[in-house]
Design a protein around this ligand. Sequence first.
Ligand code: AMP
Ligand code: ZN
Length: 471
Amino acid sequence: MKLYDTASGKPQDLSPIDGERFRFYCCGPTVYGPAHIGNFRTFILQDVLRRTLEIGGLHTYHVRNLTDVDDKTIKGAIAADIPLETFTQGWTEKFHADCAALNCLPPHDEPSAVAHIPEQIQMIESLVEKGHAYHADDGSVYFKISSFPEYGRLSKLDERELDLGRTQNERTSTADEYEKDSLSDFVLWKAHKEEDGAYFWESPWGKGRPGWHLECSAMIQKYLGDSFDLHSGGVDLVFPHHENEIAQSKCACDGEFANHWFHVTHLLVDGRKMSKSLGNFYTLGDLEEKGYSAMEVRYTLLGAHYRKPMNFTLDSLHAAREALGKLSRAIHEFQEEYGVREIPAFKDSCQEKDFGLFQDAWNILQFDLNTQACIGKVFAQLKRLKALSKSDAKDSWIGLNAVLHALGVRVPTFTPPTQVTIPPEITELAEKRAVAKAQKDWTTCDTLRDELKGQGWQVIDDKDGWQVKPL
Ligand code: AMP
Ligand code: ZN
């Protein structure tokens, strides 16, 4: 399989360094609130990568961390007036429930920052010893970026014309996240401050807590060693987070760190990154409340190539519902026609298998994880499903299921449409909504949609206008 690598700027083959298991790390969530579907675009794409590798015959080892101590988690716990552990535990459970609903495979290991304080202290000690870090007058320990000439290679800082020598001098940053393009020695150990309340650990530099960037380096070393196959996150992590991880790990350890960098482009809303700070986000729960299923959300998030930004709209969820409905019907007819029923387990390699009509869809997924084109190819074949020989039908059945399994899409079971009578008052509400929509009066639109929902009906916009269906 080939995947674009951020560091080299080229698509590269993915094969395990140790020849056995493809070992990869994904920066996980900060558990201070619900993850939004922008976060899930990244987690779902990482899941598709893992599934595709596994179906392609590789064993994988997937590690994803939980950030359970940082500026935001501490602030949240103090505001909620509950212990940090209780606060982060609640949000971790919510995250796991959302992942399960979205059909994301759990990572093989999910270490948390709080559970790895000694490892982080040890890494700082090694950096101080080797002259890459210093204990500053404010009591915190900083990484000295001028001590690592490679700093900025991943994010191509030189092309962004930043004056590393001038700007880093005497400048330090204690914030867990700092502005793009502001270069500074970043914090490894944060001296305890009043606003951190009871949340501190003892260290050779006094009371404090680790800086955010450090946890990934320390946990990677523990779970994956000095060199491993692939590292991943959303594009916002390239700089400074991943740049800082590289600096810490390469200076403290002996290996090459990540062999491959996989970054997922942002999910946007009205052209801006979906983020908590902008307040323009939807959680899975928000969308479920509007009547959409987790699978419709997953399907929607696969609708653009991961290296292209994707603009999220509620209409795209309608389109996902329609597409899943079409797939459901096609699968039902396929099963009826050829008696193929059992869904293969995909525990063993399918490398040698012929995927029949879905070979192209599979191949395109193997080339830079093009989920959008893969889905397009699946749909292009659906109408050909009725004219297959028995043996071709078997291959295509395996192929279709392999592709859906790699995409992690569970197609709903087909239910034949039943004749429903729509009460006139429901039609009237839907008509009013259509008028509000035409006038771009979104508030009225949403109110009417909710009113319909309250009465057990959903309104679906399609290319011919709208229709109402029972929920
Ligand atoms: P966080 O919990 O903020 O640390 O983010 C978890 C993951 O979601 C990281 O890999 C981020 O890069 C990624 N992420 C954050 N916002 C978006 C977005 N709008 N689109 C895609 N990925 C995102
Ligand atoms: Zn990380």
